[in-house]
Design a protein around this ligand. Structure first.
Ligand SMILES: Nc1ncnc2c1ncn2[C@@H]1O[C@H](COP(=O)(O)OP(=O)(O)OP(=O)(O)O)[C@@H](O)[C@H]1O
Ligand SMILES: [Mg+2]
Length: 284
C-alpha cells in the first residue's frame, strides 16, 4: 500500500474570470498518519488546495490521486472521496446547513447507506466526544462561534474520514477553546486520522505539527519537520512568514545552554506558548 494518502502532481487551478492561477505547478504528497501544517501568506492558495483535495474543484491541468488512484469526478466517487477526505471550512456558516446541531451532524450520514440504528449510535457517540450532547436540539443560529466550530468538526468526524482537512481552525478562538481544540485533535489523530491544517499561527505549528508544507503563490516552496523548516529563518523571513517566537527563544536558550535535554526543551516550548497567550489576552 502507498505511504501517501493524497498526491498532487503538477496541478494547476485558475478561478473563472481570473488570469493568474491560484494553484500553479503544485506537486506535493501527504504522508499517512502525520499531523501536517500548511502555511503561507494570505492568498497563496491554501483554501483552494483544500477544495481541490476533496474534489469540490477540478484541476485544469495535472493529477490528484487518493491512495495512488486518480480522483474520479463522477457523483458516486465524489461522495466516497468526501467521506474519506473530510473538510472543515474556516467559517462554520459555509458548512452548517441544517437547523439543529443533531440534524446537521446526521446530514452527511444519509449518503452512506447505513442502517438507522448505526446512524443513531454514531450521532450519539460524536455528540458525546465533542461535548455537544447538551446542545443536540439547539438551533445552529443560537450557538457561539466556538460551538459552531465544534459542530463543523463533528459533522466531518461522524463520517470517520481518513484525512481531515482543517482550514484555519483556531482563527477567532479564545485560548481556552484553542486548548480544547488541541485536545480534540490529539484524540482524532491518536485514533488514526491524518490531519492537514492550514494556519497562520506558527507557534501552534511548532508545537503541534510533525510535518510542515510551505506554500507560495500556489506552489510548494518548502517542506520538512518544523525544526527543519523554521531553521531556514532567512527564507521564512523572505516569504514574510517569519518563525515562531518559541523557536526563536529556544534557539537563543540552546545557544546559551547546549546541554538542554529534549524534555526540558518541550517544557520550555509549552511555557513560552502559555506566556504568549497571556500576553495576547492582556492586549485585547
Ligand atoms: N472564488 C474566487 N474567485 C476568484 N479568485 C479567487 C477565488 N477564491 C480565491 N481566489 C484567489 O485565489 C488565490 C488563492 O486564494 P486562497 O483563498 O486559496 O488563498 P489562502 O492561502 O487560503 O488565503 P488566506 O490565508 O487569506 O485564507 C488568491 O489570489 C485569491 O484572490
Ligand atoms: Mg484560506
Amino acid at each position: 500500500m502507498s505511504q501517501w494518502l493524497l498526491e498532487f502532481k503538477d496541478v494547476y487551478y485558475t478561478y473563472p474570470g481570473t488570469n493568474r492561477p491560484a494553484i500553479a505547478s503544485l506537486t506535493l504528497r501527504l504522508p499517512i498518519g502525520k499531523r501536517i501544517a500548511l502555511i503561507g501568506q494570505n492568498g497563496c492558495g491554501k483554501t483552494t488546495l483544500f477544495l481541490l483535495a476533496n474534489g469540490l474543484y477540478k484541476p485544469q491541468q495535472g493529477r490528484i490521486c487518493w491512495k495512488s488512484d486518480r480522483i474520479n469526478y463522477n457523483r458516486q466517487s465524489l461522495i466516497q472521496l468526501r467521506q474519506q477526505v473530510g473538510l472543515v471550512f474556516q467559517h462554520p456558516e459555509q458548512q452548517l446547513i441544517a437547523s439543529t446541531v443533531e440534524e446537521d451532524i446526521s446530514y452527511g450520514l444519509c449518503n452512506l447507506e447505513l442502517d438507522e440504528k448505526t446512524i443513531a449510535q454514531r450521532i450519539e457517540q460524536v455528540l458525546e466526544e465533542f461535548g455537544l450532547t447538551s446542545l443536540a436540539t439547539k438551533p445552529i443560529h443560537q450557538l457561539s462561534l466556538g460551538q459552531k466550530k465544534r459542530v463543523s468538526l463533528a459533522d466531518v468526524m461522524v463520517l470517520q474520514p481518513e484525512l481531515l482537512l482543517l482550514d484555519e481552525p483556531t482563527a477567532y478562538l479564545d485560548p481556552l477553546h484553542t486548548r480544547q481544540l488541541a485536545q480534540l485533535l490529539q484524540t482524532i489523530h491518536a485514533n488514526g486520522t491524518t490531519i492537514l491544517m492550514a494556519t497562520h499561527d506558527l507557534d501552534w505549528v511548532y508545537r503541534w505539527a510533525d510535518w510542515v508544507l510551505v506554500l507560495d503563490r500556489g506552489q510548494l516552496f518548502l517542506e520538512g519537520t518544523p525544526q527543519d523548516v523554521f531553521s531556514k529563518q532567512e527564507v521564512m523571513e523572505k516569504l514574510q512568514l517569519g518563525v515562531p517566537l518559541a523557536f526563536e527563544l529556544l534557539s537563543l536558550i540552546e545557544e546559551m545552554e547546549p546541554q538542554l535535554s529534549q524534555s526540558r526543551t518541550q517544557d520550555l516550548v509549552d511555557a513560552i506558548a502559555q506566556l504568549k497567550n497571556k500576553i495576547q489576552q492582556k492586549l485585547v
